[in-house]
Design a protein around this ligand. Structure first.
Ligand SMILES: [Zn+2]
Length: 470
């Protein structure tokens, strides 16, 4: 007898779909079979008319705790994820304090105990914590984040020298290094010149960060990854231009993946006038031609996955007549799936392909496959039950994030997750949060296993030259 059977739904994986029941026992899928064939269960839930997909895995969220809980905390952020069909999040280290040492990593783990969805925790790779990286690896960091460009928190962007040493150290662990791939020195120079000239309109935000900042950063990071054998991931791809160094690095065999976020697919420079400083995000929302190129790259696999860069702020922090004074980013973990399902409904992408980019590919890239990213016997029962015809309107007031400003305000969507299950338990049911699930989420270390690392040029690494580590 199983704990739960979901009956009558359409089970969708990245390559196929079938009408099938799913049985769940002990948090894992224990059976998939023709309707009515899976035997008895403690609970049977009729999901006729719904599509069951692997819960989304969002490699890029900022839950702001510790330090900025007026913007978000792990409880509100994970509830927003549950409402958005997101069953696993990887959380970024630009909190206060930043997640740059073992002590701070433990502090972040304490905060994350409130999460109702599964999670990974990023360790920081910065200019000033190279000697902490080994400790962070041993403490259980699930990936690393490197801010090549400054953003919220103003953590010091590493020089190319410290980045190389960081890549050398992390390459031995096999963990992936996610990059904010914009070059800080170019942006700082240009923003200072624009500010000094009194240029502070929303579109000047793009002018300070033309796509060359991303092109240069992706190309440079790929060279360091190729040299060291480190695995890297390009966060929030915003431009057509950076797709070329990404594709070229893949062709050379660099272990590189890339993500984009809904704002780069659904918004462009024509929206700056209407949205003002609300649209400010790093990297910036660019031109319509960039959106088109990124859509294409999502279809062809040059861009591997969709994430959200969920980055909540208060209305006062977001709204400012001077673009340089408005905080960057906005909430997204709850709205990604409805926005993308709207495109599925419109025929732009199959639901199977959406499963690939929202769940299967992130699971593979970050070592969680085959436990996550698919609905199959033995996998964890992380499931979004989606109604592909459900009409909704995005409204910040109704978002479960503490951040109540979104550039998607008023946008109509078609398709939404009506139930979300994490390890076999409902965390969202019938478009309502299931209360009492804080703490249900588990750090993915229990299932994460990265492929065997293959560090390169080890004999020239600083560690081998200085012989400072055992
Ligand atoms: Zn981010």
């Amino acid at each position: 007898m199983s704990d739960l059977v979901l009956t009558g739904g359409i089970v969708v994986n990245e390559t196929a779909r079938d009408v099938a029941d799913i049985a769940i026992t002990g948090g894992r899928i224990s059976g998939i079979g023709a309707p009515g064939t899976l035997g008895t269960a403690s609970e049977v839930v009729d999901v006729s008319g719904l599509h069951l997909i692997p819960g989304a895995i969002d490699m890029h969220v900022h839950f702001r705790e510790p330090g900025y809980t007026h913007k978000e905390d792990w409880e509100t952020g994970s509830r927003a994820a549950a409402m958005g069909g997101v069953t696993t999040v990887f959380e970024m280290p630009n909190t206060n304090p930043p997640t740059r040492s073992v002590t701070e990593f433990r502090q972040k783990q304490d905060c994350a105990r409130k999460s109702c969805v599964d999670f990974g925790i990023y360790g920081l790779l910065a200019e000033d914590n190279i000697d902490e990286l080994e400790g962070l690896i041993d403490a259980g960091a699930n990936a690393f984040k490197c801010f090549m460009g400054n953003t919220f928190g103003d953590l010091p962007s590493p020089s190319t020298g410290s980045m190389l040493e960081g890549f050398e150290i992390i390459s031995g662990s096999g963990l992936r290094i996610s990059l904010h791939a914009e070059t800080a020195s170019i942006m700082a120079w240009r923003q200072a010149r624009l500010e000094a000239a009194g240029l502070n309109d929303p579109l000047h935000h793009i002018a300070a960060r033309p796509e060359v900042v991303a092109i240069e950063a992706v190309a440079r990071a790929a060279i360091l990854a190729e040299w060291t054998g480190a695995r890297i991931h390009v966060l929030h791809i915003s431009s057509a231009g950076e797709l070329r160094p990404l594709a070229e690095a893949k062709a050379r065999g660099v272990e590189i993946t890339g993500e984009t976020c809904p704002c780069y697919l659904f918004l462009n420079s024509a929206d700056y006038d209407r949205l003002g400083s609300v649209i400010r995000v790093n990297p910036p929302v660019r031109e319509a031609k960039d959106s088109e190129a990124i859509w294409e790259a999502l279809q062809t696999g040059v861009v591997d996955m969709i994430a959200t860069d969920h980055a909540p702020h208060t209305p006062d922090e977001k709204r400012n007549d001077n673009i340089w004074k408005a905080d960057c980013g906005f909430p997204g973990v709850e709205t990604q799936m409805p926005l993308m399902l709207t495109e599925v409904a419109a025929g732009r992408m199959t639901l199977e392909h959406y499963v690939r980019i929202s769940s299967a590919n992130p699971a593979r890239a970050f070592g969680m496959w085959p436990h996550k990213g698919r609905l199959a016997v033995g996998a964890l029962a992380d499931i979004a039950a989606v109604d592909l015809e459900r009409d909704e309107v995005i409204s910040a007031d109704r978002l479960h994030s503490r951040g109540k400003v979104t550039p998607f305000e008023g946008r109509k969507t078609v398709g939404a997750p009506v139930h979300t299950l994490v390890r076999g338990a409902f965390v969202q049911r019938d478009r309502m949060i299931v209360e009492g699930m804080a703490g249900h989420g588990t750090q993915v270390s229990d299932i994460q296993a990265m492929p065997t690392p293959s560090p390169k040029n080890v004999d020239q690494s600083l560690a081998s030259l200085l012989d400072v580590r055992p």
